[in-house]
Write a protein that binds this ligand. Structure first.
Ligand SMILES: Nc1nc2c(ncn2[C@@H]2O[C@H](COP(=O)(O)OP(=O)(O)O)[C@@H](O)[C@H]2O)c(=O)[nH]1
Ligand SMILES: [Mg+2]
Length: 699
C-alpha cells in the first residue's frame, strides 16, 4: 500500500487553534485544509460535516466537544492543526491539545471581540509559553470591525499584538487583504470556494491606511533588535526578509503576537495565514526538547526533538469508537518511530506493537511508514495504554510530563434506566474515565448512589450520551443525595436494657452509658469503665457494637451519628439469659435513649468554593451566595477581576455552574473543594428531616 507522505522535523508545525466557543475555530481549520488541498470537500459546522467535528454528540449539540487533529501542507511544510472546544466543560481536551502544540492561533470573532473564553485560553497559552498568533475571524459578517477587535486585544490581552495584514472592506464588503510585509494586496474573486485572488498593488484609496499600519509594524519590529533599529532609523524601512526573520524571533520569544484576519466562510485570508504559520511558527526542533524522567528512577533526562534521539511519545488523547476500538493519539517528542515497531509503555512496562501507524485527519486516518520527531500520530488497539502514558524505546523507558487535567468537581447521581443498564455501569464507567480523565464515577456506599463527576453539567450529559451510543447503556441523572451526618453537642447518660422472657431461655442485657461530644472529625471512641465484673468482660465489646449499629442509623433523621465518645460505666447480667446478642441490643437501646438527650444536630457537608469573576458581576454573585447560605472568607481583586472564596453548604450548590453562567454570561468560573461538616441551621433542619423521611418511604 502507499503510505502517506513523511515530513522531517524541520518541516513540521504543530499549531493548536484556541478561542471562545463559536469564534470560528472549527470553520477555520476546515477552510485552511480545504484551501491547502489536504481536504477535498469544504465542510460546514452547521451542516455537521466539518473536518474536525465528526462525532454524533458534536453534531447534535452543534459545538466542538473534543480535541481533534487535522493537517495540511503549505510550501513543503506540514501544519498539524489541533481543533479544541471553546466551552469550559471540555477544557481537559483543550489542555491536552495545548500540551502537544508548539504554537497557538487564537481565533477572535470580528463581531464579538475578546470574550471570556479568549481570556482563558490566552492565559493557558501564556502559562505554557506558547508562541501565539491572533486570527480575526468572520470578517465577512455584518458589523465586523477589524480595528475594534485589534484595540480590544490590545486593551484586554496584550500590548504585543501587531497586525501583519489589514482587511479591504469589512462585513459584506470584505473582499481582500493587504499584506504589510509584501506591500501587495489580495483581492478575492467572489464565489470561488478556495479563495482565489488577484494579487495587485495596494489600491490608491487605501494607501494612507496602509502606511499607518505598515509604520506600526516596522516600528514594532525595529524595537526587537538593535541592528534592525539602526537600519530602520537610517533607511526608514526594513526589508521583507529582515522583517520575517525579526518576526519569527519575536514570535518565538513571545515579544510579538502577529495578527491575521479573514473569513473561513469564503476562504478569504487562508493562504496568507498558511504562509504566516509556515514562516513564523517554530518547528518542533526550534521549540526545543523537554525533560523527562527515566522510568522507575528519579533521574531526569533531556530529550531533544531529533531523529537521532531515542524514541518517546506522549499519548494526549484516547478515544474509542464502535468497530474501530480504542485509538491512541500521540506526539512524538523525541526520536522517530516506524510502522509496526515495538515500543514500551514507560508507565506500565508493557510492550506494544504500533501496527498501522497513522496520521489523523478528523475522523480519517492515513497510514505512514515512519513518523519523525515532533510529528503527531495515531494508532489503534494498543493493549493497555491510556491518556498521559508515554510510549518509548524499549531500551530506554522514560516518562514524559503529563497533561495537568483539572479535577472533576461537578457531581450527579446516575441511575440505569433498567436493571441491565445498572449492572453494566461498573464496566462502562471506567472506560469513559480512560478516554476522558476529567470524568470520574464510582459507587458511593454511604449515599447508595453511583456518583459521576465532571467539569460541568453539559460535560456529564454528553458523557451519558456517549455511553448510550457506544455501549448501549441508558441512564438518567439526578441530583446526588447529600451526605448528611449527625452528631451530639451535649453530654448525657442513661440506661439500655434488653429483657425477653418467652418460653424457654430468656435474653438479658443491661448497660449504663455516658455519651460525650468529640471534636469534628475526631471520630467515635468507646471507653469501658466497667468495674467488678458487673458486665462480664466478654460481653463489653457487644455493647460497643450495639452502640455503633444504632449510631449508624442516626438519632434525628437516619444519618450516621459521628464524633462522640461512649463510656460504658455500669450494668448487670444474668448467669443464664445473658448473651452477646442481648448485650448488643442493650447497647443499641442505650444509645437511642441517651443520644436523644444529647442535643443532637444534623451536620451538612460544606464546600469551599473559589469564584473568579469580572468585577461587574461581583454584587450579583455575592447576593446569590447569600441566598445559598454562603459565608465569604475573602476577596482578592486583580486587574478587573475578583476572586471570591466562600464556604457554602453542598446542598445549596446543585447546578451552581449553570446559575453562575446565567448571572455572568459565562464570564465567571468556579472551583470547589470539600471543607468539612457544619451543623444544619435550625430553620433548615425540618426540611432535611422531611426529605430524609420521604426518601426512606420511597426505598
Ligand atoms: N459568516 C461567517 N460565519 C462563520 C465564519 N466562520 C465560522 N462561522 C460560523 O460561526 C459558527 C461557529 O463557528 P465554529 O467554527 O463552529 O466556531 P468554534 O466554536 O470556534 O469552532 C458556525 O455557525 C459557523 O458556520 C466566517 O468566517 N463567516
Ligand atoms: Mg469548534
Amino acid at each position: 500500500m502507499a503510505f502517506a507522505k513523511e515530513y522531517t522535523t524541520d518541516k513540521i508545525r504543530n499549531v493548536v487553534v484556541l478561542g471562545h466557543g463559536g469564534a470560528g475555530k472549527t470553520s477555520l481549520i476546515d477552510a485552511l485544509c480545504y484551501t491547502a488541498g489536504s481536504s477535498r470537500r469544504k465542510g460546514n459546522v452547521s451542516e455537521g460535516n466539518a473536518l474536525t467535528m465528526y462525532t454524533p454528540e458534536e453534531a447534535s449539540h452543534g459545538i466542538s466537544l473534543q480535541c481533534a487533529p487535522a493537517f495540511c501542507e503549505y510550501s513543503g511544510a506540514k501544519i498539524n492543526l489541533l481543533d479544541t472546544p471553546g466551552f469550559m466543560d471540555f477544557v481537559g481536551e483543550t489542555l491536552a491539545a495545548i500540551r502537544v502544540a508548539d504554537s497557538a492561533v487564537i481565533v477572535v470573532s470580528a463581531t464579538s471581540g475578546v470574550e471570556v473564553g479568549t481570556e482563558t485560553v490566552w492565559e493557558y497559552a501564556e502559562d505554557r509559553g506558547l508562541p501565539r498568533f491572533f486570527f480575526v475571524s468572520m470578517m465577512d459578517k455584518e458589523h465586523a470591525s477589524f480595528e475594534r477587535v485589534y484595540q480590544d486585544i490590545k486593551a484586554r490581552l496584550t500590548e504585543k499584538v501587531v497586525p501583519v495584514e489589514i482587511p479591504i472592506g469589512e462585513g459584506p464588503d470584505f473582499r481582500g487583504i493587504i499584506n504589510l510585509f509584501s506591500e501587495r494586496a489580495h483581492i478575492y474573486k467572489a464565489g470561488t470556494e478556495k479563495g482565489e485572488y488577484d494579487e495587485v498593488d495596494v489600491p490608491e484609496e487605501l494607501q494612507a491606511k496602509f502606511e499607518k499600519w505598515e509604520t506600526e509594524l516596522q516600528e514594532t519590529l525595529a524595537t526587537t533588535d538593535e541592528a534592525l533599529l539602526d537600519r530602520y532609523l537610517e533607511e526608514g524601512k526594513i526589508t521583507r526578509e529582515e522583517a520575517v526573520e525579526a518576526m519569527h524571533k519575536g514570535v518565538a520569544s513571545g515579544d510579538i503576537v502577529p495578527l491575521f484576519c479573514g473569513s473561513a466562510e469564503h476562504s478569504y485570508g487562508m493562504q496568507a495565514l498558511l504562509r504566516g504559520l509556515v514562516e513564523l511558527c517554530p518547528s518542533p526542533a526550534e521549540a526545543g526538547g523537554e525533560m523527562a524522567r527515566r522510568a522507575g528512577m528519579e533521574e531526569e533526562v533531556h530529550l531533544s526533538p531529533s531523529d537521532d534521539e531515542t524514541f518517546s511519545a506522549l499519548i494526549y488523547k484516547t478515544a474509542s469508537e464502535p468497530r474501530i476500538g480504542e485509538m491512541s493519539y500521540f506526539r512524538v517528542v523525541s526520536g522517530s518511530v516506524s510502522n509496526g515497531q515495538e515500543v514500551k509503555n514507560g508507565e506500565r512496562g508493557s510492550i506494544e506493537k504500533l501496527n498501522h501507524l497513522s496520521i489523523a485527519m478528523g475522523k480519517d486516518r492515513f497510514e505512514v511508514a515512519k513518523l519523525h520527531a515532533g510529528d503527531l500520530g495515531v494508532v489503534a488497539k494498543l493493549k493497555s495504554a491510556h491518556t498521559n502514558d508515554t510510549l518509548c524505546d524499549i531500551s530506554r523507558p522514560v516518562i514524559l510530563e503529563k497533561i495537568d487535567f483539572p479535577k472533576p468537581e461537578i457531581a450527579m447521581a446516575i441511575l440505569g434506566e433498567g436493571r441491565g443498564d445498572e449492572d453494566k455501569l461498573g464496566v462502562v464507567l471506567p472506560k469513559l474515565h480512560e478516554e476522558d480523565p476529567t470524568f470520574q464515577a464510582e459507587f458511593d456506599p454511604e449515599l447508595h448512589q453511583t456518583i459521576a463527576r465532571g467539569l460541568g453539567e453539559l460535560h456529564l450529559a454528553v458523557q451519558m450520551e456517549r455511553m448510550k451510543r457506544k455501549y448501549g447503556v441508558a441512564v438518567h441523572m439526578e441530583q446526588p443525595k447529600i451526605g448528611y451526618r449527625e452528631t451530639i453537642t451535649k453530654e448525657a447518660k442513661g440506661q439500655g436494657r434488653h429483657k425477653k422472657q418467652s418460653g424457654g431461655r430468656g435474653q438479658f442485657g443491661d448497660c449504663w452509658i455516658r455519651l460525650k461530644p468529640r471534636p469534628a472529625g475526631a471520630g467515635y471512641e468507646f471507653v469501658s469503665a466497667i468495674k467488678g465484673g458487673v458486665i462480664p468482660t466478654k460481653y463489653v465489646p457487644s455493647v460497643d457494637r450495639g452502640i455503633q449499629e444504632a449510631a449508624a442509623r442516626g438519632v434525628l433523621a437516619g444519618f450516621k451519628c459521628v464524633d462522640f465518645e461512649a463510656e460504658c460505666y455500669d450494668g448487670s447480667y444474668h448467669a443464664v439469659d445473658s448473651s452477646d446478642i442481648a448485650f448488643k441490643l442493650a447497647g443499641s437501646a442505650a444509645f437511642r435513649n441517651v443520644a436523644a438527650n444529647c442535643r443532637p444536630v444534623i451536620l451538612e457537608p460544606i464546600i469551599e468554593i473559589t469564584v473568579t469573576t469580572p468585577d461587574d458581576y461581583l454584587g450579583d454573585i455575592m447576593s446569590d451566595m447569600n441566598q445559598r447560605r454562603g459565608k465569604v472568607l475573602g476577596m482578592e481583586p486583580a486587574a478587573g477581576r475578583t476572586t471570591v472564596k466562600a464556604l457554602v453548604p453542598e446542598a445549596e450548590l446543585y447546578k451552581y455552574s449553570t446559575s453562575l453562567r446565567a448571572i455572568t454570561q459565562g464570564r465567571a468560573h468556579h472551583s470547589r473543594s470539600f471543607s468539612g461538616y457544619e451543623a444544619v441551621p435550625e430553620q433548615e433542619v425540618h426540611k432535611v428531616i422531611a426529605a430524609s423521611k420521604e426518601a426512606a418511604a420511597v426505598s
